[in-house]
Ligand binder design. Structure first.
Ligand code: PBG
Length: 327
């Protein structure tokens, strides 16, 4: 830097206290949201092989793990339900059923935790459909946008009735946010927040998640999730969700889309979330388990990188662990 010949940047790195004083980005437990899976029909928490340290929970083990995460200081919990195979059908009715696993678990966590945390629910059909798509299919087997949006409204209202503070439409249907806002308001849930998966890419990094929810998906989601190369389109999706009333917008996955997070943060007047997805977790966990990298350091570095890119909120399977490491 010839313009500033007397600058010696290393001076500001010479002690831990100096480095702390000039740190530009913070990573605190409150920034982190823990995604959790609760499964019907199991008697013990079941480890997910491709996500070491992550479990399909029973209702009881979920309650215990959720309480621990809240004690560790995480900012919120994002709940996914895994019904038994026999309860899956073509329209995902088990997601809307007030006695379905996700709604029961929401009621139990809401009763246990009250307003001590932010309780979020995944508002999507793929966990509940026998074909594994995020929507209902038309007679040619294509995902029917508007019929799916109608189901999302029912899902969102059921989740809000069950105690969710935040509903999180993740299916990338056009018009889903506006329809859910109208449906929540009409049902007396005008205070329930919509966290919109605004820019969700068709990603190979969701692989372990599909194990986690025992998804039967054949084929892919490219007719509704975005092509990985499309940044301008992602910003159009963000703008549409803002216009439709999204309270928080999310980019997903995180690590391969840091430029999209940064651009979304530049334009968004509402908080921006990013989802460090199952495959991102699996990669770092696997390399760490092999001793090829320092897993904990790499996890924390990945999280602060996502914050530096501009995410206010980071969903991560490390949320509770990281909250402990940061304490
Ligand atoms: C859809 C949904 C998915 C994830 C979150 N919500 C799966 C998909 O789109 O295939 C992926 C999360 C992860 O990989 O950690 N309900």
């Amino acid at each position: 830097m010839t313009a500033f010949p007397r600058q010696r940047p290393r001076r500001l790195r010479s002690t831990p206290a100096l480095r702390r004083l000039v740190a530009e980005t913070s990573l605190e437990p409150r920034h982190l949201v823990l995604p959790m899976f609760v499964a019907d029909g199991i008697t013990d928490a079941r480890p997910i092989p491709s996500m070491p340290g992550v479990f399909q929970h029973t209702r009881d083990s979920l309650r215990a793990a959720a309480a621990d995460a809240v004690t560790a200081g995480v900012g919120g919990l994002m709940l996914f339900g895994v019904p038994v195979e026999a309860d899956k059908d073509s329209t995902g009715a088990a997601g809307i059923d007030r006695d379905g696993i996700l709604n029961i678990a929401l009621r139990e966590l809401a009763a246990d935790l009250g307003d001590a945390t932010v309780l979020m629910a995944d508002t999507c059909l793929d966990e509940f459909t026998d074909h594994g798509h995020c929507g209902v299919l038309d007679d040619r087997g294509r995902v029917d946008n508007d019929a799916t949006v109608d189901r999302y409204v029912e899902l969102a209202v059921a989740q809000a009735d069950s105690g969710a503070h935040v509903v999180s439409p993740s299916g990338m249907m056009d018009g889903q946010v506006a329809a859910i806002r109208d449906g929540l308001d009409a049902a007396g849930h005008s205070d329930v927040v919509i966290l919109a998966y605004a820019a969700k890419f068709a990603s190979a990094f969701y692989g372990p998640f599909r194990d986690a929810v025992a998804s039967g998906l054949q084929g892919d989601r490219r007719s509704y999730q975005q092509e990985p190369g499309n940044a301008r389109e992602a910003l159009r999706e963000v703008a549409l969700d803002l216009a439709e009333g999204a309270d928080i917008v999310m980019v997903k996955p995180a690590m391969s889309y840091l430029d999209v997070i940064a651009a979304a943060a530049d334009l968004s007047p509402v908080p921006v979330a990013a989802y460090q997805v199952s495959g991102e977790y699996a990669m770092i966990a696997a390399a760490g388990a092999n001793g090829w990298i320092d897993g904990r350091a790499a996890a924390l570095e990945s999280l602060i990188g996502i914050r530096r890119a501009g995410a206010d909120i980071v969903l991560s399977y490390w949320a509770a662990d990281a909250a402990g490491w940061l304490a």
